[in-house]
Design a binder for this molecule. Structure first.
Ligand SMILES: [Mg+2]
Length: 196
């Protein structure tokens, strides 16, 4: 419980510090709806060498154990372009079933675990150490402004904010509604902070 409040306090302090950058991401005219809107080849040409993917919302609806079936080809394409050792899954829920899935289907793609949750930049910093790549060559894809996007601002890595995350209201209505509400709240909060 204490850890939760410490993280909340840290999030608010960092939100205040990075409010203009967060507002920029929030107000970007060209939104990325889904992860498949991202062309691995194009990213690579723009100087990105390491791709870091959030799981919930980005690769599947909340709480799922595997990425959406339709993403399999896109993930293969990423592995082809970046190399499996330059792709990471950075989720605040690194479930064993998710780790096993990548071991089986996209071997070499690593799931970061045992680090402090986003928005702490620990996971991204670990990826910089593992790959030896500078922050400017790393891109995080995330659907949450005050966890993933904020962590990217703190670590100064590139970020792609997913505006239409995967949801499955039928399967997990309470959890999904909670996260939909959270997304609305964090957008408002960023707008409010950006006027300070
Ligand atoms: Mg997410």
């Amino acid at each position: 419980m204490m850890r939760f409040f410490t993280r909340m306090y840290y999030s608010v302090a960092m939100l205040r510090h990075h409010r203009h950058l967060l507002a920029q991401v929030n107000n970007a005219p060209k939104k990325i709806s889904r992860v498949t809107d991202i062309s691995p080849q194009q990213l690579h040409e723009q100087g990105i060498n390491v791709l870091v993917l959030d799981f919930d919302g980005v690769l599947a609806a909340h709480g799922e154990h595997h990425p959406n079936q339709g993403l399999s080809l896109w993930l293969d394409e990423c592995v082809k372009v970046f190399g499996a050792d330059h792709i990471f899954i950075l989720s605040n829920k690194p479930l064993p079933s998710r780790i096993a899935y990548f071991q089986q289907h996209h071997f070499g793609v690593r799931c970061i675990k045992e680090v402090r949750k986003k928005p702490y930049p620990d996971g991204l910093e670990m990826i910089m150490q593992l790959t030896g790549q500078p922050a400017t060559c790393i891109m995080l894809v995330d659907d949450r402004l005050l966890t993933g996007v904020l962590a990217a601002c703190i670590a100064q890595v590139q970020v792609a904010y997913i505006s239409k995350p995967y949801v499955n209201l039928k399967k997990r209505p309470i959890q999904e509604l909670f996260f939909i509400g959270l997304r609305v709240a964090e957008r408002r909060l960023i707008k409010w902070f950006s006027h300070l």
